[in-house]
Design a binder for this molecule. Structure first.
Ligand code: ADP
Ligand code: GLC
Length: 469
């Protein structure tokens, strides 16, 4: 079975969040079972493409978007950092940007990427059984292959759409319909959702199968999905929640070159201690106090707006240290920077993206905070577990599916509301837990054994593909 994953992110080539981690690991595990999976993604003007890889040209073609022609090329990536095939779509001045997202012409970027893939498949007679689309950036592909005249040769190809995050739907107004290639106008209604063109809704309607990145998230989406709840309910027969896995060879405290001391279950206590010591030296924290971390986008979905208040309250009431790594809303960033001054030696924040620091945090903190309002799957909690760090999570989406509270015989700390009170209460519970050294250490060892690898989930995707054939 030949699968083509179409995505805007793929680790380590270009990463903004968990989408990259999933697309950068799932194909590897599918290739170990009964599939040949490749990834196709845009070329970016970043360090990986410029300095850590080479590309070989495979094909050059032209696509048209609203009377403008764009020349694109399909390239094959050559890199010893990747162990599955990656194809690249290069379009000068459109896709060769420094960053993955954040450009005014993103609607054209997404359409151009999708059209280039399909144009190439048609012109070169390339045969895949499934195009697996990830998020709204690629979710018009199922519509294009079904209804656009120029792609009729592909109309028997099956499509799977994975929703990593339904908050973002790629919506644009009807007056930009000319951006799309010619299609059978009888199907114009399929593009519409609440009087706009909605690529994610279109993908849900047209894909052969739709998956979400955890089972609980699928159930939640049927109730609340930024306007898509009714659609997900009516399409539920073809929807399935499949929990993400993690790449346990990339995320392994025993081999991770980005941390100070490597460790496995047998020496987790001394291993974590050395990594914590490094963080405490860097931020002038007291190494004997419990250390709490947060890694992620500073946005409402992650409940990052609650962090400044929660941090203040938790630091005023308890003897603890807190470290934040992330970037996002300027207002939250500014509040965190202010708190850094106020609580020097007890709190610090690094505003930005830093993979090395993130690994050190997973390895060095005692607890990882994830109070998310919405968390389709969440990978951080699984990385934390792998590194012997206790997750403190709100019971939502994938967090609910992967973390069991210590009070229920589990290994994490869970709360129900995204509120300052819940975060602070959970921190107090964590401190009590931390002080019960014997129990705490036994849980650190226990969580490192939890299997969140792709072994089960990669097979579930293959079952989904097979169910379409
Ligand atoms: P999301 O994709 O919603 O941001 P996930 O939990 O699925 O959330 O994945 C987040 C991924 O991004 C993890 O690999 C996490 O370690 C990483 N990450 C998030 N913020 C940062 C940051 N500021 N620096 C380094 N890595 C980060
Ligand atoms: C999205 C979600 C996150 C999930 C990731 C990978 O970014 O916000 O919860 O883990 O995709 O599927």
């Amino acid at each position: 079975m030949k699968i083509l994953h179409a995505s805007f992110e793929c680790y380590p080539l270009a990463k903004v969040g968990g989408l990259a981690d999933v697309v950068g690991s799932l194909p590897k595990f599918q290739n170990e079972i009964s599939a040949t999976s490749k990834v196709i993604m845009p070329y970016y003007n970043n360090d990986f493409f410029k300095n850590r890889s080479k590309t070989v040209d495979l094909y050059t073609g032209t696509i048209k978007i609203d009377k403008l022609s764009y020349e694109y090329s399909i390239k094959e990536l050559k890199s010893n950092e990747i162990n599955f095939d990656v194809l690249i779509v290069y379009i000068e001045d459109l896709l060769d940007r420094d960053n993955v997202y954040g450009y005014g012409d993103e609607v054209i970027q997404y359409i151009a990427f999708q059209l280039s893939i399909l144009n190439w498949l048609v012109n070169e007679n390339i045969d895949f059984d499934i195009i697996h689309c990830h998020d709204h950036h690629t979710s018009l592909i199922p519509f294009f292959v079904k209804y656009c005249y120029e792609f009729q040769k592909l109309k028997n190809i099956h499509t799977v759409l994975t929703i990593h995050n339904a908050q973002y739907q790629g919506i644009f107004p009807h007056n930009r319909i000319d951006l799309l290639p010619e299609f059978n106008q009888e199907n114009i209604g399929i593009l519409d959702w609440y009087n706009s063109i909605n690529p994610l809704a279109t993908g849900i309607k047209c894909a052969s199968r739709v998956t979400t990145v955890s089972s609980t998230y699928l159930e939640e989406l049927k109730e609340k999905a930024n306007g898509l709840e009714g659609l997900l309910r009516s399409e539920e027969g073809k929807c399935k929640g499949i929990l993400n896995g993690i790449d346990t060879s990339v995320w392994n405290p025993y081999t991770d070159v980005m941390i100070i001391k490597n460790y496995k279950i047998s020496n987790v206590i001394s291993g974590k201690k050395a990594n914590k010591q490094k963080l405490c030296n860097t931020y002038a924290f007291d190494k004997d106090l419990p250390l709490f971390g947060f890694i992620g986008r500073l946005v409402g979905e992650k409940a990052a707006d609650l962090l400044p208040k929660a941090i203040e309250q938790a630091l005023d009431e308890n003897r603890i240290n807190i470290l934040i790594l992330g970037s996002g809303h300027k207002e939250i960033e500014d509040q965190l920077i202010e708190l850094k001054e106020k609580y020097k030696g007890r709190f610090s924040a690094y505003i930005g993206y830093d993979e090395k620091l993130s690994r050190l945090i997973y390895a060095g903190v005692d607890f990882l905070l994830m109070p998310s309002r919405v968390e389709p799957c969440g990978l951080n909690q699984m990385y934390a577990l792998r590194y012997g760090t206790i997750p403190i999570v709100r019971r939502t989406g994938g967090l609910k599916d992967t973390v069991i509270d210590i009070g229920d015989g589990g290994f994490g700390i869970c709360h129900d509301q995204a509120s300052v009170w819940d975060i602070c209460y959970s921190i107090k519970r964590a401190i009590t837990f931390y002080n019960d050294k014997k129990f705490f250490r036994s849980i650190q060892k226990r969580i490192m054994k939890i299997d969140n690898s792709w072994n089960t989930s990669a097979k579930k995707y293959i079952e989904v593909y097979k169910s379409i054939q």
